[in-house]
Each structure stands twice: as C-alpha cells, then as structure tokens.
Design a protein around this ligand. Sequence first.
Ligand code: NAP
Length: 219
Amino acid sequence: MHVSVNAAVSVDGKLSSRRREQIAISGDDDFARVDRLRAESDAVVVGVGTVLADDPSLVRYDETHRTSIRGETAPPPARVVVDSSCRTPTDAAILAGDPETYVLTSDAAPESRLTALRDAGATALVAGEERVDLTDAFAAIETHGIERVMVEGGGELIFSLFEAALVDEITVYIGNTVIGGRDAPTLADGDGFVEAFPELELTSVERIDSGVVLAWHVS
Ligand code: NAP
C-alpha cells in the first residue's frame, strides 16, 4: 500500500488551536491541490479525533482529475476512520453520502457500537486489542482494493503512522499564521520519538496562496 499524508499547519506547526476547532490555514489554490490529491487516492483517512472535532464529510475531490487518471467508471475515494472504540457518531458526516466508509477499530469497541456503525452503513474492520493496529488494519483495507491512501490527520494518527513506518510521503502546507498553545495539536503528536527519528528527503517546494507546500519522501 502507498500511504501519503497531507496536512496544513501554521508557521509554528499547529494543526488547529487549543480549542481543537477547524481553522482555515490555507486558501483556494491549496484546497484545489488537496482535491487533486484526494482524486488520486483510493481512500482518504482520518483519526476519530478529527471526526469528533471537525465532523468532515470527506466527499470533496477533483472529479475531472479522477476521471482523467482513473477513467469514467472510477468510484469516488472511500473514507476511512481510525477509531478503537467506535466513538464515531452514527450521524457523523463521514457516514453520509455515496462513498463507502470504513471504520478501522479494535477489540476494545463495544459490540453495540460496532453494530450501530454497521447499521449506519459503515464497513467496520477489527485489528488490534486496545488500539487499532495500523499495520494490520491497513492490510485489511488493502484486501478491499484500497492500495493508495491519503491521510489527512490529525496529529495523533500521523505520529502513529510514522511510528509504524507506514508513511511513504508527506506534503505539508505551511500557512501565514501563528496559532501557538502547548495543548494545540501539532503535525505529529503521540508520545514523540527520542531516537531513531524518521529521515525524510525534500522532493519539492512550492508557493501556494500565502504560504508554501513542502513535499517529503520518507526514506
Ligand atoms: P486524530 O489524530 O484525528 O485521531 C486520534 C484518535 O484516533 C486517537 O485519540 C484514538 O482514539 C484513535 N486511534 C485509534 N488507533 C490509533 C492509533 N493506532 N494511533 C493513533 N490514534 C489512534 O486526532 P487529533 O490528533 O486530536 O487531531 C484532531 C485535531 O487535528 C483537530 O483539532 C482537527 O481540527 C485537527 N486537524 C487539522 C488538520 C489540518 O490539516 N490542519 C487535519 C486534520 C485534523 P481512540 O483511542 O478513541 O480510537
């Protein structure tokens, strides 16, 4: 599977404020770039923290771009939530609409929540005991034909993906603002590395809107 991460951060590396509310960090040209990235992916992935904070629908993508690279009959990119206990609300926007939604969950999920999400139309796949085992969970969605995923956050999930050595590339939009706050989410949260830091190779630098997009390949 090919895993690319894309996120927008402030100059000081924050994904949002300490209130964990969604903040417009980039602009229209960057939104268009993200829509093209989604169009190139089989699925768009977020953590349940992002679902609970932002209630994203993840249905937007560049249809013309998708048709040009995948053909007229390509289905829209699927949506994936990483959610150990099935905390995703049954009325979450990520469960509404046509594209398929996968909930990657764990043995810790109460049976009633698992059933509720399946009844709400999600395909729930269990991997891991207390937390989602990302390596096994991504292998499970691969058996459903998902080979190219784009991860949109948040910081807990992004760190775990680096920890599990699952990230192939990362693009980061750095916007022209400072958010600050020791409790505000950053691009990679989790426990953090103290050694064996992942090494990245810079592959492109581009000015977009009032900021810059950096693309990195993970060695
Ligand atoms: P997150 O990364 O979206 O989700 C983290 C949650 O996923 C964990 O708390 C955990 O909850 C679940 N999870 C299950 N298995 C996991 C595993 N193996 N590793 C990591 N997480 C796992 O949440 P977040 O870090 O709180 O980020 C949300 C914030 O980021 C919001 O403020 C949102 O606005 C912001 N955001 C910004 C951008 C941007 O581009 N600027 C993009 C996305 C999000 P359970 O234990 O309950 O499963």
